[in-house]
Design a protein around this ligand. Structure first.
Ligand code: SF4
Length: 328
């Protein structure tokens, strides 16, 4: 073993962290996390070959490594997930085409818009998805735009410039914030309703709309009350057509997993307030020797990392690797 590598092994930290195994060309082969970095990384270089084929193949290719120290094992788990996503090492499990899947985004502007995007940013927006069934997502988008007509234009609002409402206003697809035909507060409540709709909180949304309509009518704000009444009626019509799956009205995700060699597929079903609100499928690519638990762990970390909300119950087909940490 080279002297430089030996020195690195001697000086390994004892705490938790992430390690990156590299080949002679500096390419990252594998990224893992450890509770005690010193023990885990050394095991790749010192232990006799084991029955774990993946580790044995990896060992024969490793020329160098890098470690990143974290404050806790949980932090290491999150960092490991982010680094795998960024570098997609050959010997880790990866989600196939995960950059392709679109999300619905409620922008963080004063008068928010509902957009389709494939890029997640920390910009104050709320993201829903990913949607692997794009056709279904487009249908959802159309439906939302009928019930909650958020603006679709790119104007910077509020604005001191004199804007004119466009056709969307005249056909009832926008309330015309560009011409101050709706207050920021009322518009914000509509945008909030879109968020609740996308999160599957329809019963809560109905209650809220009913109480808002009542207060508006009492305050003799009849025009606004009529807008809320229309949203309420459309929403009630939609809910009446939905099938209740769980009479307990609980929120839960159901996850199925299937694998054939290096190809695997996870299917997720989201049940909110007892109603199935979404179904997605994701393909994963693994090395032949990756265990099913590792695949499931990678999927769960990746899927819930970007989720708007995590339900109190997630039904899994088997235990993921690092179950206690992932469960947190
Ligand atoms: S009515 Fe005004 S705010 Fe609405 S989409 Fe048209 S230009 Fe934009």
């Amino acid at each position: 073993m080279k002297e430089k590598l030996q020195t690195k092994l001697t000086n390994l930290p004892r705490g938790p962290g992430v390690y990156l195994m590299k080949d002679s060309g500096g390419r990252i082969l594998y990224i893992g996390k450890a509770k005690i970095l010193k023990n885990r990384v050394r095991s790749y270089f010192h232990e006799a070959p084991r029955r774990d084929l993946k580790t044995d193949v990896l060992r024969s290719k490793i020329s160098d490594f890098e470690v990143l120290v974290t404050d806790s094992e949980m932090e290491a788990l999150i960092l490991e997930n982010n680094l795998i996503k960024e570098h997609r090492p050959r010997y880790n499990v990866n989600l196939k085409d995960d950059k392709r899947y679109p999300y619905l985004k409620i922008t963080g502007e004063a008068f928010p818009r509902l957009l389709v995007t494939r890029v997640l940013k920390k910009d104050g927006g709320r993201y829903f998805g990913p949607y692997t069934e794009v056709k279904l997502m487009r249908q959802t988008l159309r439906l939302i735009r009928q019930i909650f007509p958020l603006r679709t234009c790119g104007l910077k609002l509020p604005s001191r410039r004199k804007n004119r409402v466009c056709l969307n206003y005249h056909i009832g697809r926008c309330f015309g914030p560009c011409e101050n035909r709706i207050s920021e507060e009322e518009y914000g409540q509509i945008a909030g309703g879109v968020g609740r709709f996308l999160a599957g909180r329809k019963v809560e949304l109905l209650k809220e709309l009913r109480s808002r309509m009542k207060s508006l009518a009492e305050a003799e704000e009849y025009e606004t009350a009529a807008r809320v009444r229309d949203q309420l009626q459309n929403l009630e019509g939609l809910i009446a057509r939905q099938k209740v799956l769980n009479p307990d009205m609980a929120d839960r995700d159901l996850i199925a997993f299937s694998r054939e060699g290096v190809d695997a597929c996870c299917v997720t079903m989201q049940v909110r307030e007892g109603v199935l609100i979404g179904r997605q499928h994701f393909y994963l690519v693994a090395s032949k020797t990756s265990e099913d638990g590792e695949l499931l762990k990678t999927f769960l970390m990746r899927f819930y990392n970007t989720a708007e909300a995590i339900p109190p119950q997630i039904l899994l087909p088997s235990k993921p690797k690092d179950e206690p940490l992932v469960g947190r």
